[in-house]
Design a protein around this ligand. Sequence first.
Ligand code: HEM
Length: 162
Amino acid sequence: MVESDGKLKWGEMQSMKYTGRAVQELMRLKPLLSGNFRYVTRDISFGGYDIRKGWRILWVLFPAHMDPEIFDKPEKFQPSRFEGPSKSVPPYTYIPFGAGSRICPGSKFPRIDALLIIHHLVTNYGWTPLIPDEPLIHDPIPYPAKGLPVRLHPMLDRENTA
Ligand code: HEM
């Protein structure tokens, strides 16, 4: 997949479809932010509740990601759910980077980071977690409780061993 200098090119990253979906699915199940505050500028009604101008409200994104009407078996890690046309996930239902006019302008950067790390990790190394079933803590973003120590095993150079 990677051209001869070993560096991942932009076009190659675009072709990492399944890995891209795995990153999307990870951010659905473990979004880094839980939400944010908003100042209500006019009286509104939402979901049967009256919300008054001047209130400070907290919008939270995780419940949207767990809506079974949108995400079949929402508790399952299932990257293929993002396979279809983008319209299959309606607006404002998948919101790890927010939505609307305040949507995160940096949302493409974490995706590139994740694709790069996954690519280099799985093509160059095998690894063994040193703490099986290490729990996640929220501090306040999801983080492995002990920092995810792993033992890395470099892959053998395939060209020289073929
Ligand atoms: C995994 C990494 C990131 C996550 C999960 C994330 C998430 C978010 C979310 C949910 C919002 C919306 C907040 C709201 O509506 O109140 C936001 C806004 C924002 N993000 Fe990110 N972000 C990430 C990385 C970045 C990066 C790399 C940059 C810059 C290069 C960036 C710049 C911003 C800025 C400037 C805003 C404010 C936009 C506005 O209020 O108009 N973010 N981010």
